[in-house]
Design a protein around this ligand. Structure first.
Ligand SMILES: [Ca+2]
Ligand SMILES: [Ca+2]
Length: 146
């Protein structure tokens, strides 16, 4: 298993460092809510989230999901913080750990669908409270608005 190498280019200069490994799924988002994206990944083997805080570069980890899930982090409750979330293809359930508290379990989709999260109704809340699925066979989009 290879190392997870990150290459960042920003106004402060370029930087490269190792965080995670090549089997991890990258899940960047603003988990800490300071307006800056935090480098993050989800580890499929243990269903753990690892977040590198944009504030000070320290990291924290927490379990959410199960092996076999697909990570779909986004700001579902619209509070400015990215929420950890997974889509479970085997049961078509979305599990969302809201940063404001609580967990949502929502069944949505059909077998073979691929989860895609975005601000589908354009209400300005980035990625908030919407679920999207793209049906591979029909190449159509299905959205669920909450
Ligand atoms: Ca942040
Ligand atoms: Ca949130």
């Amino acid at each position: 298993m290879g190392a997870g190498q990150w290459y960042l280019r920003s106004s402060g200069g370029n930087r490269a460092f190792q965080f995670g490994n090549s089997a991890d799924k990258i899940t960047p988002g603003d988990f800490t809510g300071d307006g800056k994206t935090d480098i993050a990944f989800w580890r499929p083997s243990t269903a753990q989230w690892f977040v590198l805080r944009s504030e000070d570069g320290s990291f924290y980890a927490f379990p959410f999901g199960s092996p076999g899930d697909i990570p779909v982090p986004a700001d579902y409750d619209g509070d400015g913080k990215t929420d950890a979330a997974v889509f479970r293809p085997s049961e078509l359930n979305w599990y969302i750990q809201l940063s404001g508290g609580g967990v949502i379990v929502q069944q949505f989709g059909a077998f073979g669908d691929k989860p895609v999260v975005a601000d589908y109704d354009g209400d300005g809340r980035a990625d908030a409270q919407e679920f999207g699925l793209r049906c591979r066979r029909e190449l159509r989009w299905f959205c669920l608005f909450r």
